[in-house]
Design a protein around this ligand. Structure first.
Ligand code: NAP
Length: 275
């Protein structure tokens, strides 16, 4: 029988909890060691030193500190002259994360010399947060970004595609952050903006239908996560917004004459609303 894959998870919220719940469905294949304050798990960060794959699933701003902790544990085990390099802390571990932005975290890992850190981002989620909201099928058919693909990442890739049933996408950190600004972070801002605008118009609230509800679903999400994302990816979101505005202007002007009149009229009304 094949040896079990030993997997560490730090942070059991929506994403970490969903990873854990899926892995626990196959106890013959996976041994799971989770570190969690809210779930009161017995393991400590230090206990994860010999896992095969380590998922860092806390808030984006917590990941750089956790990478520092890992680098320190590696350096400490290196100072104990009796331990051969291949048996030192995290020597056989692929360390990955799930954070929504990648540039700062990737730079931190490089700065610390953590060559076994592979940035990751499952493009899956709901408007809910915490362990209670997590479920094992969360990643099925979702895109899951990894910063690179090589011999070292094979086990992680297999887990993503075969166990979590997600689609693997390889993207460097800069490209990832530019792309998610457009497909994820700008939609979040638009959703918040739409929601705020309508909350100032009681009459408009009376005619809300399914279209508006689906357009503003993201506005009901985790506000902490939203704040972190906007703070960490501001310049890319601004670029995405400029691009989006150009597209809207183009849509409002290239149509046929009658349509153009009506659309321009709507545009003026919209401008009056936000003035
Ligand atoms: P969540 O449900 O709020 O869970 C985050 C977990 O992180 C908490 O349950 C807690 O775990 C731990 N944590 C909280 N504060 C911490 C701190 N200061 N330092 C260290 N750990 C802390 O959030 P989530 O939605 O799972 O998001 C987790 C990560 O996934 C974030 O980096 C986010 O960018 C990324 N992500 C989120 C989504 C989404 O749609 N929600 C999608 C893709 C990626 P314990 O109590 O168990 O210790």
């Amino acid at each position: 029988m094949e040896a079990k894959l030993k997997i560490g998870i730090v942070g059991l919220g929506l994403i970490g909890g969903s990873i854990e719940k899926r892995l626990l469905q196959e106890p013959d294949k996976f041994e799971v060691l989770s570190v969690s304050v809210s779930q009161g798990r017995e393991y400590k960060f230090e206990d994860l030193h010999n896992v095969d794959i380590l998922f860092l699933c806390g808030p984006q701003t917590s990941i750089p500190k956790q990478l520092e902790k890992i680098a320190l544990l590696i350096s400490k085990s290196g100072q104990e002259g009796t331990i051969p390099p291949e048996e030192r802390a995290f020597a056989k571990t692929i360390i990955t994360d799930v954070a929504s932005t990648k540039r700062q975290i990737t730079e931190k890992a490089k700065e610390l010399g953590l060559t076994n850190f592979i940035p990751g981002h499952p493009m899956a989620g709901t408007e809910h947060q915490g362990y209670e909201a997590s479920f094992p099928e969360l990643f099925e058919n979702a895109n899951w970004v990894l910063g690179e693909s090589n011999v070292q990442t094979a086990k992680l890739e297999k887990l993503i595609t075969e166990t979590f049933k997600a689609r693997l996408v390889i993207l460097d950190a800069e490209t990832h952050d530019r792309c998610v600004a457009l497909v994820s972070h700008l939609p979040l801002l638009l959703s918040l903006g739409l929601s705020e605008s309508v909350s100032a118009y009681p009459q408009a609230q009376k005619v809300i239908g399914p279209g508006f509800k689906s357009m503003t679903r993201l506005a009901n999400g985790n506000p902490e996560l939203g704040r972190e994302i906007i703070g960490l990816n501001k310049s890319n979101i601004k670029a995405a917004w400029d691009f989006f505005k150009e597209e809207i202007d183009r849509l409002l002007t290239i149509k046929g004459e009658t349509l153009e009149f009506e659309l321009v009229d709507i545009k003026e009304k919209l401008q009056a609303l936000v003035a």
